[in-house]
Design a protein around this ligand. Sequence first.
Ligand SMILES: [Zn+2]
Ligand SMILES: [Zn+2]
Length: 254
Amino acid sequence: MKLTVLGASGGIGRGLRTISFLVDDDILIDAGTGVNDLTLDQMAAIRHVFLTHAHLDHIACLPMLADAALDRRARPLTIHALPETLATLKDSIFNNRVWPDYTAKPTPEAPWVALEPVIVGQAVRLHGRTVTPLPARHSVPAVGYAVEGETGGFAYSGDTTLCEPFWTAVNRLPKLRYMFLECTFRDDVSPEQAQEWGHMTPHLWMQALELYTGSAEARVVHMEPGKEDRTLDQLAHAAGIPLMQAESGGVFNL
Ligand SMILES: [Zn+2]
Ligand SMILES: [Zn+2]
């Protein structure tokens, strides 16, 4: 299984792209602005999109990805997400006002986009790859994902504050080799404020890692633009070792 990091930032700016991971050539995990680096052929090859939640930085490119290469897809582009996230997409994006309702076009019987609800803990199997929604704790309904192939896999927290059930779930996945974990804030944000926003701070990150019993390597994602160095400094100080951020263009063979 091949993982390509298309975007790993919490925001935009020159050289920064919001979160999106490409698994092999047909599965996308979140659809942030990193998707914009794909060629039209690569976009046409994507069959499944798994969304962590409906916030704009995670779905920014989804409407236009659905549009790209419409006539070259033999089957609908399937969007997998929590029922609440799918309802938000229907109400706020694919509503014939912001964007055409591709879930009912060209015909309701054979639409260009299919919506598929996920359930936390219930794996979706796609040609030898398993995608499992993981618990998360954010300001809106959200999940993380574990993606596993034959020989290895990775977990991605999505947007979340400290969430013990996430760690209980990843502790049961021995094949994980990498974990992509958000650290949106610095420690000038109190743990209480961070929990209210549903995000992590370096302080909470260290508490979270103490819950982990496996051996996957951690990579930092979703830092606020322009604040990456300070965030990484605080993480390194708290951990006692430098921590690496995930960068767009990074490739992991698992
Ligand atoms: Zn969010
Ligand atoms: Zn986000």
